[in-house]
Design a binder for this molecule. Structure first.
Ligand code: ADP
Length: 492
């Protein structure tokens, strides 16, 4: 078993602009806290609007017509992306350890799951660089018409803290594949892996200005990107509230394009014919993954009334085996919440569940006295009029809700305005077809939850998302389509 680096050296703490490490214009820094201990592990340079301006100038130069990046053969762009993936693979242990140190996500998961997916994604998109093509369209009249996809230009990418390096990859890989320049603002809680990866951008040989990283806070560095008139597109993952702010800023300034990945609150429905043990395990793993800090987590578990009591009993047994502790320990499945704010938010929602009459079947408390640990929690007797039955909890808290019929459960799951994903456990093909055709959600998992591939698009319906990430569809978000119409000589 691979042993983590428990105290990884923090090598990159500056802003990365135009392939150089620089101080922030203000000279300010901000602290990075280890969620497992609550102690500071580094001070990082704090970028703001002035630094965003500097990065935009560099990025614009990198994508302007005639630049090295713009003139590079598509296959050479692919070689650079593959080289970048090689370097990430070389430094996999360091990156996974750094991610665990910064975010509290268990090392087993950062090393085995996240880094595998990050490397696969860069390689997957590397293969696409020279396969992005337009079409010849047989239009009326004496014309030749063809389309050609072109880069959007300068893309701002505002990241969330839940899977820091993976979230960056979902945005950075397709953007580079299509030939854009990017300015990344990592979440203020977790900027370390994005910063280290920037050093690999330079080592891989990307031209200056193609990738820039500005750590800092949302209302300063983040708003600097969303309000900038020379940025062509913003991609964002985070809360719906901030998604709306970014959307408004984009519209108010230069109507830049936006791709938004927002809140989820995924329903997971268990029918009486499901393989019960598998459904219980899927439910537990699907929710407790990443301490519940994920919009796809199936926190609303709808269980048919005929199997409700048995399901809850079995789920509680399973939940108790979800080991909480030091994220560097190989036995740990549940590390700390990312910061004090998230910890307080989850604890207050647990409290509101108790106040509103839901039953805590297990967990419900803080674990230990240092760090931001919360016990894996199962609530039964939850209804949608309770706050825990409605709000996105973003913590290791499962709410088990009773349902009676297919129509009833479809109506209730669709009542929420979000529609990122949905799950169903059943052996019946009829159930699968009915549920998957009527539920308003971007992904439907059948007898599974949280399954992703570099090749498969994700992105929700309604208020959950705007645009898709991953797969071939993810490329569309980073291309402009140009139509060329040429008058042809009159035919004989
Ligand atoms: P959460 O509420 O889950 O902590 P947020 O939506 O607040 O997540 O944060 C996600 C990302 O959005 C972070 O990188 C954060 O700095 C950024 N952000 C927060 N506020 C703004 C804002 N007003 N403008 C642009 N970005 C912001």
């Amino acid at each position: 078993m691979t042993q983590p680096m428990r105290n990884p050296e923090i090598r990159c703490k500056h802003l990365f602009i135009n392939n150089e490490w620089v101080n922030s214009a203000s000279g300010k820094t901000f602290p990075i806290i280890n969620p497992a201990t609550g102690k500071k592990i580094a001070d990082v340079q704090e970028g703001d609007k002035t630094d965003v301006d500097r990065a935009v100038t560099a990025a614009r130069k990198a994508v302007e017509p005639g630049s090295v990046w713009r003139n590079m053969d598509a296959s050479d762009r692919g070689r650079l992306l593959n080289r970048f993936a090689d370097l990430i693979e070389r430094d996999r242990l360091y990156l996974a350890s750094l991610e665990t140190f910064d975010s509290g996500r268990p090392f087993n998961d950062t090393y085995n799951t996240d880094l595998s997916m990050v490397i696969k994604c860069f390689r997957y998109y590397a293969g696409w660089t020279d396969k992005i093509s337009g079409r010849t369209i047989p239009m009326d009249g004496e014309y030749l018409c063809y389309t050609r996809p072109e880069p959007v230009g300068v893309c701002g990418q505002i990241l969330h803290w839940n899977f820091p390096l993976l979230m960056m990859t979902l945005k950075l890989a397709p953007a580079l594949t299509c030939g854009n320049a990017v300015i990344i603002k990592p979440a203020e809680q977790t900027p370390l892996t994005a910063l280290y990866t920037a050093s690999l951008v330079k080592e891989a040989g990307f031209p200056a200005g193609v990738v820039n990283v500005i750590p800092g806070y949302g209302p300063t560095a983040g708003a600097g990107l969303s309000e900038h008139c020379d940025i062509d597109k913003i991609a964002f993952t985070g809360s719906s509230k901030v998604g709306q702010i970014i959307s408004q800023a984009a519209a108010r300034t230069n109507l830049k394009k936006t791709t938004l990945e927002l809140s989820g609150r995924t329903p997971n429905v268990v029918f009486p014919d499901a393989d019960m043990d598998r459904a219980v395990e899927t439910c537990r793993n699907g929710l407790f993954l990443n301490m519940g800090q994920y919009s796809c987590t199936a926190s609303r578990t709808y269980v048919h009334e005929d199997i409700y009591d048995t399901f809850v009993r079995k789920l509680v047994e399973k939940a108790k085996t979800w080991t909480v502790g030091d994220p560097f320990d190989s036995r740990t499945m549940c590390g700390p919440q990312v910061d004090q704010e998230q910890f307080d938010k989850v604890m207050s929602l647990i409290d509101s569940g108790i106040q509103s009459g839901a039953k805590v079947e297990c967990g419900g408390r803080r674990q230990g006295s240092t760090g931001f640990y919360i016990q894996p929690t199962v609530f039964s007797g939850v209804t949608e009029d309770m706050r825990v039955g409605r709000d996105e909890i973003y913590g290791p808290v499962i709410q088990v809700i009773k349902f009676r019929t297919m129509d009833d459960v479809i109506e209730r799951t669709n009542r929420a305005s979000r529609g990122l994903a949905a799950g169903i456990s059943t052996k019946s093909l009829d159930n699968v077809m009915t549920y998957s055709s009527h539920v308003r959600a971007g992904t439907i998992w059948v007898n599974s939850l949280n399954v992703f591939g570099a090749q498969t698009p994700i992105g929700g319906y309604r208020t959950s998302s705007n645009g898709k990430e991953l797969g071939e569809y993810g490329l569309e978000e980073y291309s402009e389509l140009k139509t060329v119409i040429i008058r042809t000589p009159t035919s004989m």
